[in-house]
Ligand binder design. Structure first.
Ligand code: ADP
Ligand code: MG
Ligand code: MG
Length: 369
C-alpha cells in the first residue's frame, strides 16, 4: 500500500473527533486533493473518516471554499432530516468541526484540511460502466440541486471566478490567438475557425443569466461519475461528493458537463476522432435520471436548454484546450506532443456529434419532462 505523505495522527488531533485514531492510508483516485481514509476506535467500534488536504494550487481561497461546503452540507442535512429520510446521514457529506469549531483546520505546514464521515456501503466509479449508473448519477446531481435550491442567506463565494463564463473563455481564446506567443496559431487555423463560427452560441447561457431569464442556482460544477457514491447493493446514487467547486451557477452547466463526460465511449484525449460520438442511450439515461429529480424545480427555459447544454460545455472545454495549446501548455498537464491539440479536436468531434443529433436529443427531453 502507498505511504502516507502526511502525518495523519497529527491531523486527527486538529479535529473534534471524539474517537481514538488508529491508522490511515491514502485513499481514492482523486487528482486534486490528498485524500486519506482513517480508522478510529469509538467505544470499541471501528469507524472510518475521510481526511482531505485541499489543493491550494487549485483553490486559492480554501477558507471561503470550506465556508461554502459547510453551508451547503448543513442545509442539505437539515432538509433531509425534515423530509424524514432515514438515510439522511448517508445522503450528504457533513463536516466534522475542527477543535476550534471551524469546518477546516490548518496544520503546522500551513496546509488546509477537512474531515468527513466515511460514506459506508457505497463507492465511486472512475468510468461509467452502464446506463443505470449514468441515470443514478444524474438523478443524484438533480437531488443535490434540489436540496441546495432552498439555501438561505447570501450567495455562495465564487471560489473560481468566471469558471463557466463561456463568453470570457472565448475572449481568452481570441487573446491567445492574437498574442500567438508560441507561433502555433497558423497550424491550427481550422480549429480557430471552428470555434469562431460558434462564438455567438457560446454566449447564450451567460447572456440569459445576465438578463435574469435563467436563474442563478447553487451548482456543483464537477458533475463526473466519480463524484457520486453509488450504493454497493442497490446501485442507487446515494451521495454527491467533491463539493470544491460548488458555487453560484446555472443548472445548464451541471447537466451539460454530465453529457460531455458521460456520453462519449472514449477518453477525453482520444486521437482517433472517428471513435468519438454522443451515444443517445447514455443521453437518454442522463435525461431520465436528471429530470426525475430536477423537473419539479427547473424552469421551462432551463429545460429548453438541456439538449444544447452538452454542446455548450463541450465547446467550452475545447476552447480551453485550444487556448492552452496556443499559450504553450501552461494550465493542463501534457503527456505527449500536441496533447492539448488532440484534446481540442476530440471535444470538437463530440460537439459535432451532438450538433448532428440535436433534434433527437430535444425529443428525448420532451419525452421525460
Ligand atoms: P478530488 O477532488 O481529488 O477528486 P474527492 O473529494 O472526489 O477528491 O475524493 C476522492 C475520492 O475519495 C472519491 O472519489 C471517493 O472515492 C473518496 N471519498 C471522498 N469523500 C468520501 C466520503 N465522505 N466517504 C467515502 N469516500 C469518499
Ligand atoms: Mg473527485
Ligand atoms: Mg475535486
Amino acid at each position: 500500500p502507498a505511504q502516507n505523505k502526511h502525518d495523519i495522527a497529527a491531523i486527527a488531533k486538529l479535529f473534534d473527533m471524539r474517537a481514538d485514531f488508529v491508522h490511515a492510508h491514502p485513499y481514492g483516485s482523486g487528482h486534486i486533493n490528498d485524500t486519506y481514509c482513517a480508522y478510529y476506535d469509538q467505544a470499541g467500534q471501528r469507524i472510518r473518516y475521510i481526511h482531505q488536504r485541499l489543493s491550494t494550487e487549485a483553490f486559492k481561497k480554501p477558507i471561503e471554499l470550506m465556508e461554502n461546503v459547510q453551508r451547503v452540507t448543513e442545509h442539505a442535512l437539515n432538509e433531509l432530516l425534515k423530509s424524514g429520510d432515514k438515510e439522511a446521514r448517508r445522503r450528504t457529506l457533513t463536516c466534522i468541526p475542527s477543535v476550534e469549531g471551524t469546518p477546516h483546520a490548518i496544520d503546522a505546514d500551513g496546509n488546509c484540511w477537512r474531515t468527513y464521515p466515511f460514506i459506508e456501503r457505497a463507492r465511486t466509479y472512475d468510468t461509467i460502466e452502464s446506463e443505470a449508473q449514468a441515470m443514478e448519477a444524474a438523478r443524484a446531481f438533480g437531488e443535490f440541486q434540489k436540496l441546495t435550491a432552498t439555501l438561505p442567506g447570501k450567495p455562495l463565494h465564487e471560489t473560481i471566478p468566471g469558471f463557466h463564463n463561456t463568453k470570457q473563455r472565448f475572449q481568452h481564446l481570441e487573446d491567445a490567438i492574437a498574442a500567438d506567443t508560441h507561433g502555433r496559431a497558423a497550424e491550427v487555423q481550422k480549429e480557430i475557425e471552428w470555434f469562431m463560427a460558434r462564438k455567438d452560441e457560446a454566449s447564450i447561457v451567460v447572456d440569459l443569466l445576465e438578463s435574469g431569464e435563467l436563474p442563478l442556482r447553487v451548482t456543483h460544477n464537477d458533475t463526473k461519475l466519480n463524484n457520486v457514491m453509488l450504493d454497493d447493493v442497490t446501485g442507487e446514487g446515494v451521495c454527491v461528493i467533491d463539493l470544491d467547486t460548488t458555487m453560484p451557477g446555472s443548472a445548464i452547466y451541471d447537466f451539460g458537463d454530465m453529457v460531455r463526460t458521460a456520453t462519449s465511449p472514449v477518453a477525453e484525449d482520444e486521437e482517433d476522432t472517428s471513435k468519438i460520438t454522443m451515444r443517445m442511450f447514455m443521453f437518454e439515461a442522463l435525461v431520465k435520471g436528471y429530470l426525475s429529480s430536477a423537473k419539479e424545480f427547473l424552469t421551462d427555459k432551463e429545460v429548453s436548454l438541456l439538449a444544447f447544454s452538452g454542446k455548450l460545455l463541450t465547446m467550452e472545454c475545447g476552447s480551453r484546450f485550444l487556448t492552452d495549446y496556443l499559450k504553450g501548455d501552461v494550465y493542463f498537464k501534457v503527456h505527449k506532443d500536441r496533447h492539448n491539440l488532440i484534446r481540442t479536436r476530440s471535444q470538437m468531434a463530440l460537439a459535432e456529434s451532438i450538433e448532428a443529433q440535436m433534434p433527437e436529443m430535444e425529443a428525448l427531453v420532451a419525452k421525460y419532462r
